[in-house]
Design a protein around this ligand. Structure first.
Ligand code: GTP
Length: 495
């Protein structure tokens, strides 16, 4: 509605400007003459242009010529005004535009609604210039005003244009004629809707006084509409339920299982529990995904197992002697260190036994190196079988030299063990022509000491195990020098 109203004002404005910027009109206000009026502003022309009146004002605002029709359109046929209805001095002043020069092609025009003697009207006024506006110094000569009654015809065409059933009420006493429910329209230009489903606009005159109240009544919503809106509501609720249902299905069948899978995967990777398996209850694809992952875990476990075995094998190879399978020198050193610390902590007896095959060079010479290897293995197994069920280790620490470390056996038990080792090898009756005994024998040197404090003075140095080893080796040396095939318990204090 606002747009249509302002468009209408713009139409009047352009109509008056068309006639005011015109050489003939410019000449007419300089020298008024009937010929110009007769050929351009007869009654027919006005009616065809939806106009009810034309006024030419001179440079002082006095009427040069005016033509107007009565308010009553029914009798418009011979309704020319004898007395102009709008020549109130005040109104003319409102229409009058002082002589002015166009600034950059712009000049002042006026458009709006006014209250006149017989009713209200819409008007537009423009200064009169030659068609080309003249030069910059040329001033306008007079004002051209065109107007139309705000009558039934006006509002009827407004209704046709807006396609709204517009009711127009003339506010005889201006603001006082306005109901309180529409008062707010006085301070706003757009329409207002009241509690009775009416939408209204105000036409205000050039002083801001309300002239007409335009309103339209909305039809109360019928039962069909209510039925329709109920159907829409049901539809919306059904759609919402469907969406919620779908969301639930997606959550139960997809989101929850995926979250569970993700959580289980996280646990497996975080804690390295690759032997665990994913369990998921969902539709086929997800279960398939979980079982594919489980297959992957199977493979991870298999590879882990292989790696573990390989590592164990490598570790064993690194600590054992390739020929006899006993612990090697490297592991013996490590074991001696660790067991020494334990023995000290437990205040236990620590014993080291060194076993050396007698005349082994000659054995190799007589029976060959391969036979020598076999004998080394045989003696190794035999020694191993004598290892007591204590913190103990049997090792091969040189070519035909073996050792046994024992924590917790008494010195007497160790002496008995040494004697047993000598006897056991002897009793194998392994032929050895190069030996004065005729068969394979071993010599044994050992030390056995209490590892708790106070330690013997000779063990106070930085490497007590070296001292222990030297004592055992010394005992072995003594056995070798005194005929072999025997054992001797060494004494630690000598070192
Ligand atoms: N077959 C074989 N012989 C080895 C191996 N390691 C060392 N030997 C031999 O063991 C022999 C050790 O000789 P010696 O150190 O002279 O000692 P021995 O002949 O046993 O003399 P005594 O110890 O004084 O009784 C050498 O001939 C080495 O070649 C081995 O792995 N296999």
């Amino acid at each position: 509605m606002e747009k249509v109203l302002s468009h209408r004002l713009a139409v009047y404005e352009s109509r008056v400007a068309d006639n005011a910027l015109w050489n003939d009109a410019f000449e007419f206000v300089t020298q008024p003459n009937d010929t110009f009026i007769k050929s351009n502003f007869d009654r027919r022309t006005l009616i065809d242009n939806d106009l009810d009146g034309v006024i030419f004002l001179d440079t002082q605002g006095k009427v040069i010529w005016q033509y107007g029709l009565h308010f009553d359109h029914e009798t418009r046929a011979d309704s020319q005004l004898t007395e102009p209805p709008i020549i109130g001095a005040q109104l003319l002043q409102a229409f009058y535009i002082e002589p002015q020069r166009p600034a950059q092609g712009l000049f002042e025009t006026r458009t709006g609604y006014v209250r006149a003697s017989e009713g209200a009207l819409v008007y537009s006024a423009s200064p009169i210039f030659p068609t080309n506006l003249g030069d910059d110094e040329l001033k306008s000569r007079g004002t051209l005003v065109m107007w139309a009654w705000l009558d039934d015809q006006y509002f009827q065409s407004l209704a046709e244009q807006t396609k709204l059933d517009v009711t127009a009420r003339y506010l005889v006493q201006g603001e006082e004629s306005l109901e309180s429910s529409w008062r707010h329209l006085l301070v706003q230009s757009e329409g207002l809707r009241n509690a009775d489903d009416q939408l209204a606009w105000l036409l205000k005159d050039i002083n801001g006084e309300p002239v007409y109240l335009l309103s339209i009544q909305f039809e109360p919503l019928g039962p069909e509409y209510q039925l329709f809106s109920q159907a829409i509501l049901v539809g919306v609720i059904a759609a919402l339920l469907l969406i919620v249902g779908l969301a639930l299905v997606v959550k139960v069948w997809l989101v929850n299982p995926l979250t569970a899978i993700g959580r289980q995967m996280d646990d497996i990777t975080e804690f390295g529990t690759y032997e665990d398996r994913l369990s998921v209850r969902s539709y086929g694809e997800l279960e398939q995904l979980a079982s594919q992952f489980n297959l992957l875990l199977d493979e991870v476990c298999r590879q882990q197992d292989l790696a573990r075995k390989k590592h164990a094998k490598l570790h064993l190879a690194s600590i054992s002697d390739g020929l006899t399978g006993l612990a090697n020198r490297r592991y013996l050193d490590q074991f001696m260190d660790e067991s020494w610390e334990k023995a000290k902590a437990q205040r236990a007896t620590y014993s080291l036994i060194l076993i050396d095959i007698d005349f082994f060079k000659k054995y190799n010479d007589n029976y060959g190196h391969a036979a020598g290897d076999r004998v080394l293995s045989q003696v190794a197994q035999l020694l191993q079988s004598f290892q007591p069920n204590l913190e103990a280790l049997t090792a091969r620490y040189g070519g035909e030299e073996f050792s046994m470390v024992i924590v917790g056996a008494s010195r007497e038990a160790v002496a008995t063990l040494c004697s047993s080792l000598c006897a056991a090898v002897r009793e194998q009756k392994i032929a050895h022509l190069g030996s004065s005994f005729g068969h394979l024998t071993v010599s044994v040197g050992a030390v056995s000491l209490f590892a708790g404090e106070p330690l013997p003075e000779s063990l106070g140095g930085p490497n007590p195990l070296r001292t222990i080893f030297k004592a055992a080796d010394s005992a072995l040396y003594q056995v070798k020098n005194s005929g072999r095939n025997n054992y001797k318990m060494g004494v630690i204090d000598e070192y």
